[in-house]
Design a protein around this ligand. Structure first.
Ligand code: ADP
Ligand code: DP6
Ligand code: CO
Length: 325
């Protein structure tokens, strides 16, 4: 039995950074994101008679910690479905892997969706969000289309994402790719180091709770200006918390900061554009869909070496083949 699912990366507007439970991936803060319509991951899961799970990403076998992450999702699906067979997992990313472009979000949302289907587990989106969370926290949000909020929760049951309605102007996310290289330190390691060593982590957690509520209210009101200003605050506060870690974690490069500056200049020229960046140097700019071309023009005039991709709100994870097709 093989099932195939596809899912897209999501970019957090209110960031998740830090876990209160490393094993279950219960976050220290709630978060809010936009699922994109670019860079899908497609993953097939085949239930097998093999003695062990096998995982292939872009044609190469995964081992060690990378295959353990996949196994934690498969184990949860086996636990919930009461089955014990192993699985063969074959996945293809179209986004650069481990470059701060949310490959883990697309990956584990697709894996959870395909694995539940392959093992005959009838799971609603909330359950899929919890299962995807076991592989990568941000994946809990890629189960859903468009804007989603991951409620931090306090245990497996209460920590899941859900979709939020957006009735404001049609959104775009301009993705400025300054480097597709693998990050030197994974999100997981950097997050743990921030929790354990940064004196700013407590302030990050405390301020995130307020920011998430303000952003949720602004989403409900369709207020792009407030969502955008809070998006920049959340990103810069998250990076500030990492700067305080020992040894410090710094994902932002000179090009990233030049992009942030350019977005500020675009705003003073009347373009509604707001910058964010994740665990990597690439910058994403939230804007109105009808101003995306102007944003690309403004950014590429200053940083011509980057690749620019215009994304919009994309679909949630879904089966493209298999028993649920
Ligand atoms: P990113 O910024 O791309 O999300 P992370 O450090 O969060 O970077 O996650 C990268 C890791 O996610 C990879 O090293 C790998 O373990 C896992 N990953 C990414 N894509 C896939 C995939 N399609 N299937 C399985 N694991 C994946
Ligand atoms: C900066 O979800 O990749 O992108 O849960 O350890 O897999 P793990 O980390 P991950 O972290 C994402 C961090 C972020 C912000 C966000 O997406 O909210
Ligand atoms: Co990730």
């Amino acid at each position: 039995m093989t099932s195939t699912a596809t899912a897209h990366p999501n970019i957090a507007l209110a960031k998740y950074w830090g876990k209160r439970d490393d094993a279950l991936i219960i976050p220290a803060t709630g978060s809010l994101s936009l699922t994109l319509d670019v860079f899908p991951t497609t993953t097939s899961v085949t239930v097998s008679d093999d003695a062990a799970d096998a995982v292939e990403l872009d044609g190469a076998a995964l081992a060690g910690e990378e295959s353990n992450r996949v196994r934690s999702v498969l184990d949860r699906v086996r636990e919930l479905s009461g089955r014990t067979e192993k699985a063969r997992v074959v996945s293809v990313n179209t986004v650069p892997t481990a470059a701060g472009l949310a490959s883990s979000a697309a990956a584990f949302a697709a894996l959870a969706t395909a694995a539940a289907d392959a093992f005959g587990l009838s799971a609603d989106d909330r359950m899929l969000s919890r299962i995807a969370r076991r592989g990568s926290g941000s994946a809990s949000r890629s189960i859903f289309r468009g804007v989603a909020r991951w409620n931090a929760g306090t245990d497996d049951e209460s920590s899941y994402a859900e979709p939020l309605a957006w009735h404001g102007p049609a959104l775009a996310m301009v993705v400025a790719i300054v480097s597709s290289k693998r990050k030197a330190v994974s999100s997981r390691t950097a997050m743990r180091r921030t929790v354990e060593t940064s004196p700013y982590f407590a302030a990050w957690v405390a301020s995130s709770a307020t920011l998430l509520e303000q952003m949720s209210d602004a989403v409900a009101a369709g207020d792009l200006e407030t969502v955008g200003e809070l998006t920049e605050q959340s990103a810069l506060r998250m990076h500030a918390s990492m700067f305080g870690a020992v040894p410090p974690v710094r994902y932002l490069s000179a090009a990233s900061l030049a992009l942030f500056d350019t977005v500020l200049n675009l705003r003073s020229d009347g373009i509604e554009a707001y910058a964010t960046a994740d665990a990597g140097p690439n910058v994403k700019v939230l804007c109105r869909s009808d101003q995306a071309a102007e944003v690309v023009a403004g950014l590429s005039a200053v940083i011509p070496d980057a690749d620019y991709v215009v994304a919009h709100a994309g679909p949630g994870a879904h089966i493209v083949d298999g028993v649920g097709a």
